[in-house]
Write a protein that binds this ligand. Structure first.
Ligand code: UN1
Length: 542
């Protein structure tokens, strides 16, 4: 494949009203640009400007997914036997190319899913960090030498690749999250079929082309686009057909459970990164201004569309009024708009129309739970908009920031994830009550506690059941070399990132090498070392 930005993309004739290019996007199977077998296509639209169409992409079906799986299977032996340092070098090249193209990728990410330019840059940087981390892992990927209990015999452990990995991610971190999955997967010698998120096909297409430009051999990563249950479901169904050795999924808990069941009955490993209802506790000893900043960013950054976004804001009753008045002042002045066209935006539109629709129904759930709405009016219109909304609201799918107070443990909105700009506020009587509330949702992804009492911080850290915890920090902002993932309804215990993710994409192979030239039986031919005859009478000493 040639230079991704030199050749440019195939720009379609019917240009957009705003003059931006609309491209023809392809699947990439065995390094070749392909269309869906039955010719179906779907479009990707800019959620900040729905008339702006980024391109047309193959609406892949089962046959297209199976072609991609066959290509991944055929590429597997060659890639698995490529020396790990060489695989690492290619991954390093990917990181360097991402740095070179960063500005272009960031703009496409913002245009395709509406995240602010600053946040898109963060997501692309997370992909770069992942590549740079795993480049040198190619020179490690350590196994062990282990002592044998028998003479003239050596024991070793090796990390072996699993085979063909099916990769499915949500569109909210369309560069970082697929790289969290595919980079360690290919580092370990696996090959992949990547079903791109239906709301970020152009970005996924660009990234896959860049990976090939970095020297990735054909067939190692195969990209298929699709929408709804189509291609993604076919990829998961292929587990039942014996064509997939691993599924890695980031998305909703309901879909994660379905994938876990299919993988479970086939004894196929799966990594599941699912929803969250992340609690953030504020205690009286906290620096309140700092806590307000952290809670506000965790709740409304990315328009609340991170799996690590703040869910339940749990405030000690002693500082409730003071905290809330500072917090609400920020919420009421939130700047919303299209960061491609306006500066100083906190958040942009919803990721797509589908996310907007789901969010509105979640707001209905808050209302029917009986929570008190302090702020927020659903969808932003030109007639009804927050004071710091900028631009023409009718162009995209923008939401008000929402705050619901008087939320209690018996309400549905206390337990359910709301994917969008909405925070549910809960009052706590004391620290134990706050910790109880923080543990009371069915999820366990991220969590946070603002306190300057060291014992409280310690008790929170040890008492919370979550995969990630921030002390005096927001619930979001994981770094690319720390384990990422959750417990309870947030996942199946697998982790992404850092050295921990390697466990998810390799299995341990134990090898023993018998050099003695004879059959020696473990446990049975082992020399016994006897305990010496007792020469002291301990009993008499007592
Ligand atoms: C996600 O929303 O799926 O820690 C990932 C964070 C980001 C990643 C979020 N680094 O919030």
């Amino acid at each position: 494949m040639t230079h991704v930005l030199e050749t440019g993309f195939e720009v379609m004739e019917n240009a957009n009203p705003n003059g931006s290019p609309k491209v023809r996007g392809y699947n990439i199977v065995n390094g070749q640009l392909t269309l869906a077998k039955d010719g179906g296509t779907f479009e990707s639209h800019n959620p900040a400007w729905l008339d702006d169409c980024l391109g047309e992409f193959p609406l892949s079906e089962k046959e297209d997914v199976h072609d991609a799986l066959s290509a991944a299977k055929a590429a597997f032996p060659g890639w698995a036997s490529t020396p790990a340092p060489t695989r690492g070098q290619i991954i390093g090249n990917m990181g360097r190319l991402l740095m070179e193209y960063k500005d272009d990728i960031v703009r496409v990410e913002t245009r395709e899913i509406g995240k602010t330019l600053m946040e898109s840059a963060g997501s692309v940087q997370e992909a770069i960090d992942t590549c740079l981390f795993f480049q040198s892992e190619g020179r490690r990927l350590y196994g062990q030498t282990v002592n044998s209990e028998l003479p003239d015999k050596e024991l070793f452990t090796y990390r072996r690749p699993l085979g063909v990995c099916g990769i499915i991610n949500a569109c909210n971190f369309p560069a970082a999250v697929p790289f969290w999955k595919m980079i360690p997967a290919i580092m370990c010698g696996n090959t992949c079929v990547w079903k791109s998120p239906q709301d970020a096909p152009l970005l996924s297409f660009m990234l896959t082309r860049i990976m090939h430009e970095a020297g990735l051999p054909d067939g190692v990563i195969n990209l298929v686009h699709g929408k709804g249950r189509g291609a993604g479901q076919s990829l998961v169904d292929a587990v039942d057909e014996g064509m997939v050795n691993k599924i890695s999924f980031t998305g909703s808990t309901a879909v994660g459970k379905m994938i876990g069941e299919i993988c479970g009955r086939n004894l196929v490993s799966c990594s599941l990164e699912l929803g969250g209802k992340n609690p953030l506790v504020v205690m009286p000893s906290a620096n309140l201004d700092n806590a307000v900043e952290g809670a506000y960013w965790a709740g409304f950054g990315t328009a609340g569309q991170r799996c690590t976004s703040l869910g339940n804001l749990i405030i000690h009753e002693e500082i409730y009024d003071e905290f809330m008045s500072k917090f609400m002042a920020k919420v009421e002045s939130t700047s919303v708009g299209d960061s491609m066209r306006h500066d100083d935006i906190l958040y942009g539109p919803m990721l797509s129309e589908k996310y907007a629709k789901d969010f509105l129904s979640d707001l209905g759930m808050c209302e029917s739970s009986g929570a008190t709405k302090l702020w927020g009016e659903g969808i932003i219109t030109n007639e009804n908009k927050p004071i710091n909304f900028v631009g023409d609201a009718s162009e995209g799918v923008y939401m008000w920031p929402h705050v619901y107070a008087d939320v209690t443990e018996d309400m549905e909105c206390f337990h359910e994830e709301i994917f969008g700009p909405a925070v549910t506020v809960v009052k706590a009587k004391d620290f134990d009550h706050a910790l109880h509330l923080a543990n009371a949702s069915p999820y366990g992804l991220s969590s946070a506690c603002y306190t300057n009492d060291r014992l409280e911080a310690y008790r929170f850290k040890t008492g919370i059941k979550a995969g990630m915890t921030g002390i005096n920090n927001s619930t979001t902002g994981a770094e690319a070399h720390l384990p990422f993932g959750g417990v309870k309804g947030s996942g199946n215990g697998t982790r992404e990132s850092g050295i921990w993710v390697i466990e998810a994409y390799s299995y341990w192979h134990a090898v023993n090498d018998e050099l003695s030239g004879k059959l020696q039986l473990a446990q049975m031919d082992v020399d016994e070392v006897h305990i010496e005859e007792a020469d002291a009478d301990y009993a008499g000493l007592a």
